[in-house]
Design a binder for this molecule. Structure first.
Ligand code: MLT
Length: 391
């Protein structure tokens, strides 16, 4: 049998590979502690789970859902955007519920790109922006995110001939994997850039509610006129500890939302309605939980930053996102350092190279493990003298 050539050049999905390594180590009897995938350890709040339990008993929810979701969910999303960002959305034209943001991000290539087109993709980045681009037969043009520029791309340095060919620009702040944030000034610059070059701005804002030190990240749609060129992806996964339930949304430019709807209606059968009811409960219910949850992550962040610095890694504590992005000691590649942590300390981190060439030299640590595991990892790391490379 012969399969699609598009799979030939695809590396294994980063977290599939990491799960495989964790399983192999555990099979040898190791007590592995993972700072790998950003998958909240804390449970979905009880009132949201209760909504699922009630909705599961309603026979109407046992049938096919509509592609564009329940009108009540679209309205709940629009109200949430108004309350959180002061952004007003037409729930029937500017909101599309998704089976997790990853579904929309992965399908965006099919909706917006043709073979031969170019997509501007940050490096390092969540791998799905580039993979979705390649699945559509288009080519990513990588925008380096460097520490000295606050991990923001330099849009002015992109050659005009690339800008003319590019149809979309991907951006993601608070950023995965670097934990960097972008202020409204940078978002204004990005919107102006996309208007100038007639590009669609695809803004992944999945981490906007995981924040520290009082920081409140903006939405791209707060930029005046952004809806002319922008779509924002959001997810309930990280906001409400709902990764397992798979629900998110795309909001913004109505033509682009409709294009995503067309791809989606042909490829999937919508979000199970009982899960849509959970999302309504999450978006319209009490929000006080978020501050308590963020305080837990903030404590973990500070504990981990302390021990990483103590063993000689350099990093800036993030103001948002689930991730610490630490520079590995001189002489190590990110893969070598991650492997050494696994071999010597039974600790899993994500090598930065997995997010692109520019991620080389860094490791990513997710804060989504229990306080007990975090403390056990801290004890393993405290006082560790990292062997100089080559010993
Ligand atoms: C991550 O760890 O990068 C994310 O949890 C992956 C995802 O959101 O799909």
């Amino acid at each position: 049998m012969r399969f699609s050539r598009r799979l030939d050049h695809l590396p294994p999905y980063l977290f599939v590979e990491i799960s495989r390594r964790i399983s192999a180590k555990r099979a040898q009897g190791a007590d592995v502690i993972s700072f790998g995938i950003g998958d909240p350890d804390l449970p979905t709040p009880a009132h949201i789970v209760d909504a699922l339990i009630s909705a599961a008993r309603v026979p109407a929810n046992h049938r096919y859902p509509e592609t564009d979701g329940l009108p009540s969910l679209r309205r709940a999303i629009a109200h949430w955007y108004e309350a959180r960002f002061g952004v007003s959305l037409d729930p029937d034209k500017e909101v599309l519920p998704l089976i997790g943001a990853k579904e929309g991000i992965g399908h965006a290539g099919l909706a917006f790109l043709d073979p031969g087109d170019v997509a501007l993709v940050p490096d390092p980045a969540y791998p799905v922006y580039a993979v979705g681009t390649m699945f559509a037969g288009a080519t990513p043009y990588y925008l380096p995110l460097r520490e000295e520029s606050g991990f923001l791309p330099d849009l002015r340095s992109i050659p005009p001939e690339v800008c003319r060919r590019a149809k979309v620009l991907w951006l993601n702040y608070p950023n995965n994997p670097t934990g960097a944030t972008a202020d409204l000034g940078f978002l204004e610059e990005a919107v102006a850039f996309c208007k100038r070059w007639d590009m669609l701005l695809l803004y992944d804002n999945c981490y906007s509610e995981v924040t520290y030190d009082g920081y409140r990240p903006p939405s791209i749609l707060q930029v005046p006129g952004a809806k002319e060129v922008a779509v924002e992806f959001h997810s309930l996964s990280k906001t409400y500890n709902m990764t397992g339930w798979r629900i998110g949304m795309a909001v913004g430019n109505p033509s682009a939302i409709h294009a995503l709807f067309e791809v989606k209606s042909n490829l999937d059968s919508g979000i199970p309605q009982a899960i849509q009811e959970m999302a309504i409960a999450a978006l319209t219910g009490p929000q006080g939980y978020l501050a308590q949850r963020n305080a837990i992550y903030q404590r973990r962040r500070d504990r981990l930053v302390g021990v990483l610095r103590q063993i000689g890694l350099s990093l800036t504590p993030p103001r948002a996102s689930l991730y610490l992005w630490a520079r590995v000691p001189a002489g190590y590649t990110s893969g070598e350092f991650a492997t050494m942590l696994l071999e010597e300390k039974d600790i899993v981190v994500t090598p930065g190279r997995g997010y692109g060439v520019e991620g080389e030299g860094f490791i990513r640590l997710s804060l989504t493990l229990s306080d007990e595991d975090l403390e056990r990892a801290v004890r393993r790391l405290e006082g560790w003298r990292i062997p100089p490379r080559g010993q």
